[in-house]
Design a protein around this ligand. Structure first.
Ligand SMILES: NC(=O)c1ccc[n+]([C@@H]2O[C@H](COP(=O)([O-])OP(=O)(O)OC[C@H]3O[C@@H](n4cnc5c(N)ncnc54)[C@H](OP(=O)(O)O)[C@@H]3O)[C@@H](O)[C@H]2O)c1
Length: 349
């Protein structure tokens, strides 16, 4: 096969609902000196794209733009200065936007090799969500065997990976999820709370009377106070999203400012020794050296069968709007993955 000259890409032409999601053919140019052209085998669908559609993702580009946080694919062309990669290698990357395309150019230093034996959809499931889950546990909260943690939204893309990673580290997991997800989640060994019908703080206090060693909260400013009160002495609250403010009006940064304000207040109190050693942190995944180290390790865990990401569905790239609708519906547990060239929907769970 020669070097491709055009490729299909998905575009958000504006903000709003999935009516602004379109596809187009794009002319490809020769990669920049340190650029690597990748033929996408699988691209992930995440809450971040839902937020971008609503104009509520921190620092997102102005429309029109090509969304797509993460991808796995095969190198088809390399720039003149690229020495560490060759055509035919399989790689993963997290460009934040731009991955929902048949061909994507990524800087050479941002790539991570993908073992041949790992299927592309399975591999992409651990790029954004797997690294986030790992770093929340081991870099932000630094959990230890024998500890107990609370994870809000354990049925989501991050939560379904955080649960087995925590179990592998010997950590007891309490998680909140809507009841329809509980059957799919029970195998992960999680003690489940239905946040829609149960009082979460009271249930956590029953399950862990002395408090929990870490709370992972992706919901936003409204839930942080309750999360903080559930911590045992020496525990860590990690805030890492604002999912509950998706439909807010007003500037996207307002809930983040409120979150940062709360976290800063607790950190200040900690410095004065008045939090019983409890601490609060904000976490944000970045495509840096730690990301590449952690992703390579997670891909090895997937290759060896130690980690099995849940794949909800594989859909053709052109079905991006449907993928977003399915993601928002909350009916799927596990990652929805876009596969360029796939002719029919695969409903594997
Ligand atoms: N900081 C970072 O670097 C980073 C990286 C990745 C993701 N994130 C954030 O992490 C969050 C989750 O991402 P994801 O990809 O896992 O999302 P997802 O797959 O869309 O899952 C979101 C989950 O949130 C749960 N949820 C919504 N409202 C809730 C509430 N009031 N109480 C408890 N759970 C609630 C839903 O649970 P049910 O459907 O079961 O009710 C759902 O499982 C998002 O806020 C995202 O922005 C942050």
């Amino acid at each position: 096969m020669g070097t491709p000259t055009t490729g299909t890409e998905i575009v958000f032409t504006g903000l709003g609902g999935t009516e602004v999601v379109t596809s187009r053919r794009n002319a490809l140019s020769t990669p920049k000196p340190h650029g690597v052209l990748i033929r996408t085998e699988a691209a992930g669908v995440a809450f971040a794209e839902v937020q971008m559609l609503h104009g509520r993702y921190p620092g997102q580009p102005k429309a029109p733009f090509v969304p797509g946080y993460d991808l796995v694919g095969e190198i088809v062309e390399v720039g003149s200065e690229v020495t560490s990669w060759r055509v035919g290698q399989r790689v993963a990357a997290m460009p934040v936007t731009g991955a929902w395309a048949e061909y994507v150019e990524i800087r050479d230093r941002d790539l991570v090799p993908v073992p041949d034996e790992v299927d592309a959809a399975t591999a992409v499931a651990v790029v954004l969500n797997g690294v986030t889950a790992w770093q929340l546990l081991h870099r932000a909260a630094k959990v230890r065997s024998g500890q107990t943690i609370l994870v809000h939204g354990i049925g989501g893309g991050v939560g379904t990976l955080l649960a087995p990673l925590a179990a592998a580290a010997g950590v007891r997991v309490i998680g909140t999820a809507s009841a329809h997800r509980h059957d799919a989640l029970r195998d992960l060994g999680v003690e489940l709370i239905d946040h829609r019908t149960e009082d979460v703080p009271s249930r956590v206090a029953e399950l862990a009377p002395g408090g929990v060693d870490a709370v992972f909260d992706p919901l936003g400013p409204e839930s942080l106070d309750a999360s903080w009160r559930l911590l045992a002495p020496g525990g860590t609250l990690v805030a890492y999203g604002s999912a509950a403010t998706l439909r807010d009006t007003g500037p996207w940064w307002r809930p983040y400012l409120r979150m940062v304000g709360r976290l800063a207040r607790w950190e200040l109190l900690r410095l004065f020794g008045s939090t019983g050693g409890r601490r609060a942190r904000m976490y944000y995944v970045r495509s840096n050296a730690e990301f590449r180290t952690d992703l390579a390790m997670l891909l090895r865990m997937v290759a060896s069968g130690q980690l099995r990401p849940l794949i909800a569905r594989r859909l053709p790239l052109e079905s991006a709007a449907r993928a977003l609708d399915l993601h928002v519906s909350g009916s799927q547990t596990g990652r929805i993955v876009l596969v360029p060239g796939l002719s029919a929907e695969d409903t594997e769970t």
